[in-house]
Design a protein around this ligand. Structure first.
Ligand SMILES: *Cc1c(COP(=O)(O)O)cnc(C)c1O
Length: 424
């Protein structure tokens, strides 16, 4: 029996990592190493009825399973939520403060500041660091639209550079040519949880006297040269949207910095510039993190290291099983540590493969089918006309395969078998 994964099908047993497996694989196939059988032949005429899984050999492989996680953590969640509600300290109270300390420790930075969402985290980090209307901010189109929206909301101008084709991150070789007198910041995204080349970008930013702000919304825990992402830029933004590696059950975001003054600005901006009773030092926003979300995030943060380890083993298994297929697989360069928010591949005939896998119960995603510069929302900012060949090519080839702590080894093998079946 393969024991590399914490738990196996059918028996929701606790294991050393504290995660329980609730994989949805048909019952009755507990044999060690049972391989996936795609044939849906006629129901046998044996005397005993065929098992459910023999009759319906489709395996459901969801992109994520937040309910399984909740059921695992339920007792602790309910106790902490009840505690918060009973205290009636609902915003910016003890849980927010503790979360900020724990997240700063996790990231290896001096300060973490909670806020209302990842989008707010991006906008407040840019603003607190000094981005003002009319400034240019260099970023990528290969991201969720919030990265660009946060720039636009500040009245600043997004200047887009293309991605490098291996890891889909901002190509540092293209950044220098995009710098002008109006450039205020470089704003890269650690896409899918793989760190951007922070060394190259830090060096360019310092040489040109511009800021480096990280959009780390997808990369809690990823590392560059042993440093966590979110610790190299002047300020960094993290989303705690439910689907992210550190996800709340409502809206939440976190910002990190090593600069005391900047941390103070972030605290003011998120809470209407509140400086004391009836006093406001600046015009800020309502972006308060609430105690219930902070309590939930503390429980999940305590397990983040373990869940990253499970994702890592899953990614390794995918990489092993998908070797030799026409897919281009993700990998880590020396000094770059993925947190495997997503297992992303390039797939020839991508849309046909999506249909093939979906017909077999395997959910997939295609971030980003439409890169940000082709979104109608950004037409008024003159972005639709620009050409970013690598981003456009990636949008036709990218495929995200399920990778989350509640997948079993069998499910991953099933996905890999489905891919192999497709390419013959
Ligand atoms: C999710 C995400 C955001 C926005 O976060 P929300 O919490 O949804 O506001 C910003 N940037 C990137 C790269 C993201 O993936």
């Amino acid at each position: 029996m393969n024991t590399r994964f914490p738990a196996r099908t059918g028996k929701p047993a606790s294991d050393e990592t504290g995660f329980r497996n609730r994989a949805n694989i048909g019952a009755g196939r507990g044999e060690a190493g049972a391989s996936c059988n795609f044939s849906r032949g006629p129901v046998s005429n044996k005397e005993t009825l065929p098992s459910f899984s023999e009759r319906f050999p489709i395996v459901n492989v969801p992109l994520m399973d937040l309910k399984a996680e909740y059921l695992d953590l339920r007792a602790e969640m309910l106790a902490r939520i009840d505690e918060a509600l009973t205290s009636m300290r609902l915003f910016l109270g003890p849980n927010v403060q503790a979360l900020e300390e724990e997240f700063a420790d996790f990231c290896g930075v001096e300060y973490a500041v909670g806020c209302g969402s990842g989008t707010d985290a991006c906008q407040l980090a840019l603003q607190a660091a000094g981005v003002r209307p009319g400034d240019e901010v260099i970023t990528v189109a290969w991201t969720f639209i919030a990265t660009l929206a946060s720039i636009v909301h500040l009245g600043a101008k997004p200047v887009l550079v293309d991605i490098e084709p291996r890891h889909f991150n901002m190509d540092p070789a293209l950044v220098e040519a995009a710098i002008t007198e109006r450039t205020k910041a470089i704003f890269p995204v650690h896409v899918y949880g793989y760190p951007v080349d922070l060394g190259a970008l830090r060096e360019i930013a310092d040489r040109h006297g511009v800021l480096l702000i990280e959009d780390a919304s997808q990369a809690h825990g990823a590392q560059w040269q042993g440093k966590r992402v979110g610790s190299v830029g002047e300020a960094s933004a993290f989303s705690c949207y439910m689907s992210k590696n550190l996800g709340a059950y409502g809206e939440a975001g976190l910002m990190t910095t090593n600069d005391k003054g900047l941390a103070e600005q972030l605290r003011l901006l998120r809470n209407h510039g509140y400086t004391g009773k009836y006093e406001h030092g600046l015009v800020g926003y309502n972006s308060r993190l609430d105690e219930i979300q902070a309590a939930i995030l503390r429980i999940k943060l305590a397990r983040l290291e373990q869940s990253m380890e499970i994702r890592r083993r899953q990614a390794e298994l995918y990489t092993e099983r998908l070797a030799g297929t026409p897919l281009t697989l993700p990998y880590e360069e020396p000094g770059f540590t993925h947190c495997w928010y997503m297992y992303n591949v390039r797939a020839p005939r991508r849309d046909e493969l999506v249909a093939h896998l979906e017909a077999r119960g395997v959910a997939t995603a295609q971030h980003y089918r439409i890169p940000a510069h082709k979104q109608a929302a950004l037409a008024p900012y003159g972005l639709n006309e620009i050409s970013l060949p690598e981003s456009e090519k990636a949008s036709e080839e990218i495929l995200i395969l399920p990778c989350h702590p509640y997948l079993s080894e069998e499910q991953i093998e099933y996905v890999a078998e489905g891919v192999k079946e497709f390419y013959g």
